[in-house]
Write a protein that binds this ligand. Structure first.
Ligand code: GLC
Length: 533
């Protein structure tokens, strides 16, 4: 299909306007019965992903790792964890995925390694080890305590004392995840070569983990207290990360990363951040980078609030900055768990009809809920190290529900995390042939994006402001599609400015093709897309 470059910036590959589907590899499909998902398992599900209609997969970290943080603790950047497979499996995945027009993004974890990485072992060995400066070592403060007041989500200092060498090292996350020193040119060059290693193999890009942490205040100044700090809150939330995240020099690092990735054509990367929308434009460069937009995570279901959020974000982006939308992730609640299944359908319709790349989370397409995990089966260190604080992230990482068979068809062995107990009625096999279930809603929406440039790359034009419904038009050349999403539990009547036309889809999946006038009647929690006259 001919492409209007004024709509999708010319430096963004076409495939990146399609949906990215995030996969937690340990939970997707187990091929060998050890209870852990793996690459051969994932390859066996590519036909499903093609049928669903996604454009790219973002894989959770697949590298050798003690897996203390689900792989976000890397012990070797250029190999594959034997639990997940081999480098040959990656090559086969790339080949099989590309054959199906599916692109592969790896999770790149540049801010920190595992404490088991040989670099850290060397760095820790003695003060004059050549790799000492690969990590952030500092002398204790005059009182013997940590060098500054930075704290992390584990409710502890970002600094751990190494008794043997008498210095503290820095970690933005767990002590087992020491931060690399990105001021060191050797570190930068080595990490850029890691990117090239995978790009050469044929991966289509990366998701950059914890991007905003990569550059810190060179003086490592104390963070200021947050305005609304209180003793009930975690220490980490009681201070503004002014000197530890999103600091000046970060843009330069992002530009350098961009330079490396652009050595290879048609690649992209998505930088993880949880910044307000006005900060996001700073982290775009030449269309390759997509600073993740986390505003829809743990969403507040209020049409005016969502509308303002979308309009603000759209307003901050320049013509060559392409948006993206995320509803759920391995760090956040599942959408259907948080909003309920009816609203999750409307949310899906919003995510897949807004302007920008939708970044879906595995299992969203079948409405997977937040699972109940018995405390003795929990794996996430946020739960294990802070029991009773309710911060664990296991409930959104449970195995994909493929069928009503034992362990939801995910494994023949004992799953590393229990399967959610709703798998008998929430699974792919059962929903696939049922034309009204959420799986077919996702599939139909993904197909519509491909069929209609207005939905795939068209302009976003807000329509009436209404507290009951979100209303907008997408337009590419003469094609205009009106989207109306009823955010209420009641039927509503609404008259968008844009007029009427032919119904492309209802989130109920039961009235495609009907002609509707300017005055629209919507059922409770119904979303519709209308091809305007
Ligand atoms: C990112 C990941 C999260 C991980 C953390 C440390 O925020 O999304 O899962 O725990 O980085 O790597």
């Amino acid at each position: 299909m001919a492409r209007d470059d004024s709509l999708l910036p010319s430096h963004i590959p076409d495939w990146a306007s399609g949906a990215v589907y995030q996969i937690v590899v340990p939970s997707y499909m187990d091929s060998n019965g050890d209870g852990w998902g793996d690459l051969p398992g994932l390859i066996s599900r590519l036909d499903y992903l093609q049928w669903l209609g996604v454009s790219a997969l973002w894989l959770s970290p697949i590298y050798p790792s003690p897996l203390l943080d689900m792989g976000y603790d890397v012990a070797d950047y250029t190999d594959v964890n034997p639990r997940f497979g081999t480098l040959a499996d990656i090559d086969r995945l790339l080949e099989e995925a590309h054959r199906r027009d599916i692109h592969i993004l790896l999770d790149f974890v540049p801010n920190h390694t595992s404490h088991e990485h040989p670099w850290f072992k060397e760095s820790k060995a003695c003060r004059d080890n050549p790799r000492r400066d690969w990590y952030l070592w500092r002398d204790p403060a005059p009182d013997g305590g940590p060098p500054n007041n930075w704290t992390n989500q584990f409710e502890q200092s970002d600094w751990t004392l190494d008794e043997a060498t008498g210095q503290y090292y820095m970690h933005s996350f767990m002590p087992e995840q020491p931060d690399l020193n990105w001021w060191n040119p050797e570190v930068r060059a080595t990490m850029f070569d890691v990117l090239r290693f995978w790009l050469k193999r044929g991966v289509d890009g990366f998701r950059i983990d914890a991007m905003v942490h990569l550059y810190k205040d060179p003086l490592l100044r104390d963070n200021p207290p947050a305005e609304d700090s209180s003793p009930e809150k975690w220490p980490a939330w009681n201070m503004l990360p002014a000197f530890s995240q999103d600091v000046g020099g970060l843009q330069e690092i992002v530009r350098e990363l961009c330079g490396v990735v652009s050595e290879y054509p048609e690649r992209i990367f998505i930088g993880e951040n949880h910044l307000p929308p006005e900060r996001l434009p700073l982290y775009y460069c030449s269309g390759l980078t997509h600073p993740s937009n986390s505003q829809l995570l743990d969403l507040e279901w209020d049409a005016i609030h969502v509308r303002r959020m979308i309009d603000r974000y759209e307003g901050f982006l320049t013509a060559d900055q392409w948006p993206n939308w995320i509803l759920g992730s391995h760090d956040n609640q599942r959408v259907a768990g948080h909003l309920g299944l009816e609203r999750a359908r409307v949310a899906a319709m919003m995510q897949l009809t807004l302007r920008g790349t939708p970044i879906m989370y595995y299992g969203e397409e079948i409405g997977m809920h937040n699972a109940d995990i018995q405390p003795d089966l929990e794996r996430d260190q946020l739960a294990l190290r802070m029991p009773g604080r309710g911060r664990g992230r296991d409930f959104q990482r449970t195995p994909m529900q493929w069928s009503g068979e034992a362990n939801a068809g995910f494994t023949h062995g004992k799953p590393w995390l229990p399967v959610a107990d709703d798998f008998e009625h929430t699974n792919v096999e059962q929903q696939r042939d049922d034309p009204r279930r959420i799986l077919n809603l996702y599939r139909r929406l993904l197909a519509l994006r491909k069929e209609h440039d207005a939905l795939r790359i068209g302009r976003y034009i807000p329509d009436v402001l209404d507290k009951r419904a979100l209303v907008y038009v997408r337009q590419a050349d003469a094609e205009r599609v009106l989207v109306v999403l009823n955010f209420t539990e009641k039927p509503i009547e609404i008259t968008p400015r844009a007029g009427g036309g032919r119904l492309l889809i209802s989130s109920y999946l039961d009235r495609e093709g009907d002609y509707v006038g300017a005055k629209l009647s919507l059922r409770a929690n119904e979303g519709v897309a209308i091809e305007l006259d």
